[in-house]
Structures are given as C-alpha cells and as structure tokens.
Design a protein around this ligand. Structure first.
Ligand code: NAD
Length: 234
C-alpha cells in the first residue's frame, strides 16, 4: 500500500485526486488550508486523513509532515490565482502567489525528501498550468509562479533522479473548479469554444494524469510537464 500526500486536497482537483487514490486502496493524507467542514466530509467519504496546513508556512509544513509516518507519492496541488493588470497587482498579492504556489511546493518537497532518500524511491508531482508554459495576459503573477514550478520540476528531476526519485508536473488548461468561480457563464463558454477538444477540463482529468504519473507505467518518466489542456496550448 502506497502512502500518498496531496496538498490542497479539500476541493477541486485536489479532492478528485484524494478520491481517486483512496478508492484504489492507497493510504492518503491530504493537507487543507481552511475548509475544515469540506475536509472532514471528504475524509469521512474516502477514509483519507486530513491535516490542516498552510503550505506557505514553514512551521506548519514541518508540523504537518511530522504526523505522517512515511511517503511514497507527494502531489503538490495547493495553489492560488490572481487576476489583474500587473500595475494593479500590489507587492503583497504578488508575493502571496509566489509564497503559496512556489515556496509551498518547495517546502513540501523538502519535507518528504528524508523519507524518499532513505528508501531510494519516490514520486513527486507538481501542479503547473498551461499559463506557466505560455503566459497569460492579466495573470502575470500566476504565470510566473507556474513557470517557476516548471523550472523546479525539471531541476529536481535531474537532481533527484540518481536517488530513485521521479519528479514530474501536470500543466492543466481550463478545469472547472472554484478557482474559476469569478468567470461568467459566457466567459466559460468562450473558453470551451477555444479548446480544440470542445469541452472544459474536469478535476478528474487531472487526477487521472496524476494517477498515471505516479504509477509504475511511468517508471522511466521524469522531468516531464504533461500538457493537459485539451489542445488549448500545443
Ligand atoms: P481550487 O481553488 O478549487 O483549489 C485550490 C486548493 O488549494 C484548495 O483546496 C485550497 O484550499 C488550497 N490552498 C490554497 N492555498 C493554500 C495554502 N496556502 N495552503 C494549503 N492549501 C491551499 O482550485 P483548483 O482548480 O482545484 O486548483 C488546484 C491546482 O490546480 C492549483 O495549483 C491551480 O493553480 C492548478 N490549476 C488549476 C487550473 C484550473 O483551471 N482550475 C488550471 C491549471 C492549474
């Protein structure tokens, strides 16, 4: 039985990943920032174990991982977005996006390495975005943070490969979750039409990609950024 840790697991893509791995019999721990009720409902439904933790806070990450006895797979999914012109993005907002999306990913990786290095095995999966590949207007902070996640993924694939640890990322396109709740129905329809596969992504599409990347079928795959955008970005 693998031990799988999923950050930002209480809703959206993270919750779909919790359901997928738990249903397959993995021992799943998930970190959540604030959604206590949603976290406990998901735990009750899946048997996964919730731990409250803001991934951008070093002390909270250390405390969370000290409760976990072992790790085979880490899925860094927690993330926030920020929309607006760059001149309206104040330094505090810019830093917060980098703190959660980049530093949070780094802190969780740092926390699992002692387990993985000891076993000479492990899988680390990061969540980038198609905007980290090509950049999005009015999402400069978010695009920069996801480009950093891509750089981190590639660098660590090289650094940790000799230690038996694979590091990959998924770069989703438009996925229907709360992250896009400020978009109107008409915005979402435009995005659907812009997607060559003519549908929006589902959280389960990303969970399926995590599942494959974590599996033995992907045992020769590392440093890969899986473009999961329905053709939006090719
Ligand atoms: P979401 O807003 O529904 O979920 C984000 C999750 O991250 C939530 O569970 C939230 O509580 C958690 N989180 C936020 N800040 C946190 C913190 N400081 N510490 C711990 N947890 C924190 O959105 P989602 O679409 O499910 O996003 C999941 C990931 O997928 C994010 O990294 C996001 O950037 C990425 N992504 C989403 C899309 C999309 O279109 N929805 C596209 C590309 C990438």
């Amino acid at each position: 039985m693998r031990t799988v840790i999923i950050t930002g697991g209480s809703r959206g893509i993270g919750a779909a990943a919790v359901r997928k791995f738990a249903a397959a019999g993995d021992r799943v721990y998930f970190l959540y920032a604030t959604s206590e009720e949603a976290a406990h409902q998901l735990a009750a439904a899946t048997g996964a174990l919730p731990i409250r933790c803001d991934v951008s806070e070093e002390a909270q990450v250390e405390a969370a991982f000290s409760q976990i006895p072992d790790v085979d797979v880490l899925i860094n999914n927690a993330g926030i977005s920020e929309y607006g012109l760059i001149q309206d993005t104040d330094p505090a907002k810019f830093r917060r996006v980098m703190d959660v999306n980049v530093t949070g990913t780094y802190l969780c990786i740092r926390a699992v390495l002692p387990f993985m290095l000891k076993k000479h095995a492990g899988v680390i999966l990061n969540t980038a975005s198609m905007w980290g590949l090509v950049g999005a207007s009015c999402e400069a902070a978010y695009s920069a943070s996801k480009a950093a996640v891509i750089g981190l993924t590639k660098a660590l694939a090289k650094e940790l490969g000799p230690s038996g640890i694979r590091v990959n990322a998924v770069a989703p396109g438009v996925i229907e979750t709360d992250m896009l709740k400020s978009f109107t129905a008409s915005d979402m329809e435009d995005l659907r039409q812009e997607t060559p596969l003519q549908r929006l992504g589902r959280p389960e599409d990303v969970a399926d990609a995590f599942w494959y990347l974590a599996s033995e079928n992907a045992s020769f795959l590392t440093g890969e950024i899986l473009n999961l955008s329905g053709g939006f970005v090719v």
